[in-house]
Design a protein around this ligand. Structure first.
Ligand code: HEC
Ligand code: HEC
Length: 460
């Protein structure tokens, strides 16, 4: 730096000093206004935007993928991209310690590399270029953090596009800066700034290309029931599908029936005091998550069964079990499973049969279960599927197999042996449920509420 420039800068400083802005109170006042504004913004954000509702933390869920706070997402994406590099990708410390270390080192050294006292941007091209590209790269890597690194079909194209945008172009830009700074002394500032602008545009371009070609994966919109009644209802639905098969509708099964591979297994009734008093919520949750593989109960936790239950869902089942069976808990008032029938009312598939089947039958009668071929998951399947499809529900016929077996009369082979046991195998349905099935079949299995409304159940 020559003496002239030093003199100029000194004069400018003196002028500013004369004009006089003092640290106290002038600067402090500005700072205080700014701090207050930020504080108000924070309060408004916390009041009106808040934090996303997410399920409870589950320390036993090994499939959980932790995500950092947003301000670290660029590092997170950088690690994901680095991990895709064939051999080097396995040596993690390069990406976790060495590269960030070098980057921070360069930032620390920047004031020593560039000691120019000037503020005019063209005179500060090198530090501005380095810092600009660095921040711009962080912005794009952050925006890309939620986008897939590997495409659903296994292709690594999105990762390659992202790596070009966030790593390769910045590196090339830095090399170009350095070369220019040391070779083209005179025109270097403009060369560096133009290179930085060009590189920035390319980074944005490649990032957008990756975002458009490989869009965000669809989010699972899981709803989290919050009220106790909603949680118990959710738990009962889950119980009906996953547990009823072996433990029965009321958790009282002592000998498993109608389940392939476990026929005749003796178990303790899970609605009994014995079980509910000895197991606290944590051990109940553990049994549901890990199962009792040695005794025949499969694991239900997501960690052991990709189609399994989340921690929250397991909690709903526990809430259902406690409030329904445990006499130390009180049952809140719950919506009835189906609207009670009026004396002449005919039930419909939509309003009455669907919830009943889901609660009492679907656990065994659905695709994927080995013990039988009668699927009750759709209207058509209830009418037609199964080994005895044409006999299960016959419009207007009291001898329909379904009506027989739910009323405790097994279907017999010609030689008198039992062909189909009573349904559900664990015990009889309540009279009002049986009445719904009877009216429905005898009146011709109406599908919609409108169809059912045109019919009248004859009272004797
Ligand atoms: C395929 C059959 C099957 C299914 C489905 C099943 N279990 Fe089990 N369960 C068993 C068997 C077998 C045992 C072990 C028998 C025993 O411990 O008495 C058991 C044990 C249990 C126990 C421990 C009882 C005790 O005595 O300690 C609980 C609690 C339990 N199950 C709850 C559930 C819940 C809740 C579900 C649904 C998410 C479920 N089970 C689904 C078969 C099953
Ligand atoms: C614990 C499992 C289980 C539950 C719950 C269950 N079933 Fe079954 N169901 C079976 C099995 C297994 C068969 C095969 C025949 C047999 O072994 O008795 C069967 C057969 C049937 C059949 C004869 C189907 C055919 O074409 O062979 C009908 C009808 C039936 N069940 C109706 C029902 C209804 C209605 C419900 C609900 C109220 C129900 N079941 C609940 C296990 C179950």
């Amino acid at each position: 730096m020559n003496e002239d420039v030093k003199q100029q800068i000194h004069e400018k400083y003196e002028r500013e000093l004369q004009r006089g802005e003092r640290f106290w109170p002038d600067s402090i006042f500005k700072d205080a206004i700014m701090a207050l504004a930020l504080f108000i913004v924070l309060i408004l954000l916390a009041t009106f935007v808040g934090v996303h509702d997410s399920p409870k933390a589950d320390p036993s869920d090994t499939s959980y993928i932790p995500r950092p706070e947003w301000y670290f997402l660029f590092l997170f994406k950088f690690l994901a991209l680095y991990g895709q590099i064939p051999v080097l990708g396995k040596i993690e410390w390069i990406a976790t310690a060495l590269i960030p270390g070098i980057a921070i080192g360069i930032l620390t050294l920047l004031p020593f590399i560039d000691k120019s006292p000037r503020r005019y941007y063209a005179k500060r091209a090198l530090p501005l270029g380095i810092m600009g590209i660095l921040v711009w790269g962080m912005v794009w890597l952050t925006l890309l953090a939620d986008y897939p690194t590997v495409a659903p079909d296994g292709s690594s194209t999105p990762g390659i596009l992202q790596a070009i945008a966030g790593i390769v172009i910045p590196l090339l830009a830095y090399i170009a800066f350095t070369v220019m700074a040391y070779t083209l002394k005179e025109r270097a500032p403009h060369g560096i700034l133009l290179t930085a602008l060009g590189a920035g545009a390319l980074m944005a371009g490649f990032s957008l290309l990756s975002m458009i070609l490989y869009p965000l994966p669809a989010k699972e919109t899981a709803e989290h029931p919050t009220s106790l009644v909603d949680r118990i209802t959710a738990g009962q639905d889950l119980y009906s599908i996953h547990c009823l098969e072996c433990h029965g509708e009321d958790g009282a099964v002592k000998v498993i029936e109608g389940v392939a591979g476990l026929e005749g297994t003796v178990i303790s009734p899970i609605s009994s005091r014995d079980v509910l008093y000895t197991l606290n919520d944590a051990s109940l949750g553990e049994i549901i998550a890990y199962g009792r593989p040695d005794l025949g109960m499969p694991p239900f936790g997501k960690a052991y069964n990709p189609e399994g239950l989340t921690r929250a869902e397991i909690d709903y089942i526990i809430a259902f079990m406690r409030h329904t069976w445990d006499d130390r808990y009180e049952m809140p008032k719950i919506q009835p499973l189906f609207p009670p029938l009026a004396p002449n009312e005919v039930p419909s598939y939509e309003v009455h049969i669907t919830p009943i089947v889901k609660r009492y039958c679907l656990s065994c009668h659905r695709p994927g279960k080995d013990s039988n071929d009668y699927f009750m998951d759709t209207y058509e399947n209830i009418l037609n599927s199964g080994d005895n499809g044409d006999m299960n529900v016959i419009a207007g016929d009291e001898n329909s197999f379904l009506l027989q077996v739910i009323q405790g009369k097994p279907i017999l082979n010609p030689d008198g042996s039992e062909a189909i046991g009573v349904m559900p195998p664990s015990g009889t349905l309540k009279p009002d449920v049986i009445e719904v099935f009877r009216r429905w079949v005898l009146m011709g299995m109406p599908r919609t509420a409108e169809e059912a409304a045109t019919l009248t159940w004859p009272t004797p």
